[in-house]
Write a protein of this length. Sequence first.
Length: 241
Amino acid sequence: MILMLVLVSGNTADAQWKKLVKKDLSGWEVLNGTAPYKVEKGVIIGTTVVNSPNTFLCTREKYGDFILEFDTWFDPQMNSGVQFRSESSPDYQNGRVHGYQVELDPSPRAWSGGIYDEGRRGWLYTLDNNPAGQKALKVGDWNHYRVEAIGNSIRTWINGIPCADLLDAMTPSGFIALQVHSIGKEESKAGLQVKWKNIRIITDNLNKYKTPYAPVIPQVSFLDNVLTEREKQDDSTGKLS
């Protein structure tokens, strides 16, 4: 695991990171739900409330290609996620937030780091075929996430372990958002917290800082009528990915 962390973080040591959270939540806005967010000593805290849809704390700025990192802790009784390349518009389900989400999932299925298409297509990348990725999350502890969205390639890591490798072209840019998941009318789950800190992003010279493809994990492509580089290689060697 130490070697994986070095491979993932070492090539961005000299990058010009931009912090997305400073002293307060200026530059962010809450959409869709009523769950509250606050900042305490650099940590964003979101809290579940009853009778609210999913609540999203969204950046006002939109991002296309980027490398995003953050640390997160969330109550083992809840799941959550971080949106990216996401949108909200009056002409789509009355402003419902929709787009890519990297999953925070403490359940036995262990799909943390997977990619879900919130408000649209549902699951795009689960971790059924990535047992190492399923073991990456430390439930009930702080975890380090990394998301690389470069062109049609979207890849994720948790604690340096690769979790998802997706190719998709539906949405090239959008906001980043932190989710507090709906709990419906379950009063017993009111007051659960999800926390984020050290949220930072790179938007320049991404090819210099992107993570090498090692180790290789299963890749899922939603690109129509396009052979991926891996598929081209497999076709020439006769091997299957």
